[in-house]
Design a protein around this ligand. Sequence first.
Ligand SMILES: [Cu+2]
Length: 221
Amino acid sequence: MHVNLYEKIWMYAAAGIILVFLASMGYTTLGRAMQPPSHIETIDPASVRTDPEFGSPGVTIHEDGTATVVIQAFMFAFLPLEIRVPRGRDVTFRMTSPDVIHGFQIVQTNGNTMVVPGYVSQFTTRFDRAGEYLIVCNEYCGVGHHVMSATLIVEDMPASAGTGEAPAETGETPAETGEASAGAGETPAETGEAPAGTGASAGTGASTETGESAAGTEGDR
Ligand SMILES: [Cu+2]
């Protein structure tokens, strides 16, 4: 079958464009962590405000330094209005809506999801740049849609429990606290407050005392 040269060029160009589109989808999915946020976790929209988790939204910093942010998106605000998360650590956002579909976009980052009533939207990301980010609703949700926003503050957080400024530092802590008491591993919240000072107070015997003496050492510095 004879195909005109120009016809061939268009055919190959069209096929090439399709391949580029498919490849870009693959790249953003695998390489840039663009994933569907929903993990098929459902919730009754009517019970969102009394839900143990979503009824009291906020930020939880875990022992390993990562954070979970629970958010309620409703007409026409996000709760909490101001969200503080650690820099350079995994932050998992969990959110749902008691009314209509909202959007949740952290401007200038890859944090972006729909918030669908009946479902829990969840994604995990990390922020390498400290500062203030604007969160906006990017799904039209009613007359107050344009005022629906919140603030995300990314900052270097002091060790909340068990972790130092950098994950690498935590590796040193067990070796130092090991001198003080064998129970140090069981009380990461206490030893974590002053990982540098714990080594100095090697005289402490019981694990319960480690927290007190460590705090005292911190005051001496
Ligand atoms: Cu909205």
